[in-house]
Design a protein around this ligand. Structure first.
Ligand code: HOZ
Length: 427
């Protein structure tokens, strides 16, 4: 038995499903999770000493690679000064200033501890600001695990095939309306029916929790105009796309500004952080200025701020990183597309910059329904082959691949060769 298997056996007795987040469990691929002991650059090492080329990057934030020396140095420095004060610090002001300077739509920002918390708080702020209750979300978009967002959610909810979570009282989701990604008429119908009651529309500007699904031309633009016309707050959930697709995230990539934006782990360079921010007049409804309550002892934690500031400061000062990621995305995902054509595979490759994914379906994937048409059994065989050959991708058809600046040309070539070998036999 491997050390990972031993650890998993022990973990299953002590932790539900042996993991602290369902998508780590490898259940949907019928395997045992690898327990990770360390990581550096683009590589992970497991408890048995196996090395893997990593395409998860802690689900996004390790955009400069694991254990980046710039980040580690600042974290070590911050640790020596104390781990948590539960009081205001200079680093929080620096972080707020940096985010506001990088993202034009953000005039004020509040730090929290995760993307889930950021979304939960942004929705409360939108409701407080508008005095309305209803929220529109899209099928297959995942906005964390707060009660009102667990309606036709993506990510682990979709992987497990669970339409909605139990334990969520009906009352918590009665004001959550769901629409179809890329189908603007499904949103217009909701606005026609009750536009004056809709506090916010929340969307992943690139769907990255039902696999990767790109917004079709005009979709985000029309959402923007519908929200403006109806006095509704447009929330971009940029937990995955923020500071990754471009310096100002998807808003810069697609040229559309949100009213509020939510971020998660990327703000912390790998530490547990989230944030929400946007227009001053909306953010000023948040306590202690306004009447929308939201709080947290560890919010703006000095060690997390140090890690996040180190990474974001680097990204801010090195715009060439985004060209590099874009080119690498073109090589990897473009290479996957060519392979699909060459071998006539029943697969689709969707990508934007450093984010991408391959769907095991003949249909082009534009929404939750078409993503669900994927052959998840076929995905399992592919996943197993990649892992056994030292390439660590998300153990689910419905997650993204993430490139980081530590991936090399050689890594990408090796990845494409490894895929090619599999599909030559199993295509
Ligand atoms: N859901 C996120 C990825 N799509 C984070 C991973 C997790 O849930 O643990």
């Amino acid at each position: 038995m491997t050390r990972s298997e031993e650890l998993f056996r022990e973990a299953e007795k002590l932790i539900p499903g042996g993991v602290n987040s369902p998508v780590r469990a490898f259940r949907s691929v019928g395997m045992t999770p690898r327990f990770i002991a360390s990581a550096e650059g683009a590589y992970l090492t497991d408890a048995d000493g196996n090395r893997y080329l990593d395409y998860i990057g802690s689900w996004g934030p390790m955009i400069l690679g694991h254990a980046n020396p710039l980040v580690l140095e600042k974290v070590e420095e911050a640790c020596r000064k104390g781990l948590s004060f539960g009081a205001a610090t200079e680093a929080e002001v620096d972080m707020a200033r940096l985010i506001c300077s990088m993202v034009p739509s953000i005039e004020m920002v509040r730090m929290v501890n995760s993307g889930t918390e950021a979304v939960m708080s942004a929705i409360r702020a939108a409701r407080g600001y508008t005095g309305r209750d209803k929220i529109v979300k899209f099928e297959g978009c995942y906005h964390g695990h707060s009660d009102s967002m667990l309606v036709k959610a993506g990510s682990g909810v979709m992987t497990a095939g669970v339409p909605d979570s139990s334990g969520v009282p009906a009352g918590c989701t009665q004001d959550t309306l769901s629409a179809v990604y890329n189908d603007i008429s499904s949103v217009e119908k909701l606005f026609d029916a009750c536009g004056s009651e809709i506090a916010a529309v929340i969307v992943e500007p690139v769907g990255a929790n039902m696999g990767v699904v790109l917004p079709e031309k005009g979709f985000l633009e029309r959402l923007r105009s519908l929200c403006t016309e109806n006095g509704t707050v447009l929330i971009f959930d940029e937990v995955i796309t923020g500071f990754r697709l471009a310096r100002a995230g998807a808003q810069e990539y697609f040229g559309i500004q949100a009213d509020l934006t939510t971020y998660g782990k990327i703000i912390g360079g790998g530490m547990p952080v989230g944030a929400y921010g946007g227009k001053r007049e909306i953010m000023e409804v948040v306590a202690p200025v306004g009447s929308v309550y939201q709080a947290g002892t560890l919010s703006g934690n000095p060690v997390a701020m140090a890690a996040g500031l180190a990474q974001l400061t680097y990204l801010n000062g090195h715009p060439e990183v985004y060209d590099q990621l874009e080119k690498m995305g073109e090589r990897l995902y473009g290479g996957m597309e060519s392979m699909c054509r060459e071998l006539a595979l029943s697969c689709q490759v969707n990508y934007a910059g450093s984010l991408g994914c391959m769907f095991f379906t003949r249909e082009s994937v534009t929404d939750y329904r078409s993503a669900k048409s994927s052959d998840t059994e076929a995905f399992c065989g592919y996943f197993r082959h990649m892992l056994e050959n030292g390439i660590y991708t998300a153990p689910s058809q419905f997650e993204a691949m993430f490139l980081c600046t530590a991936h090399t040309e050689e890594d990408i070539r090796f990845t494409l060769d490894t895929m090619h070998k599999y599909f030559e036999k199993h295509g």
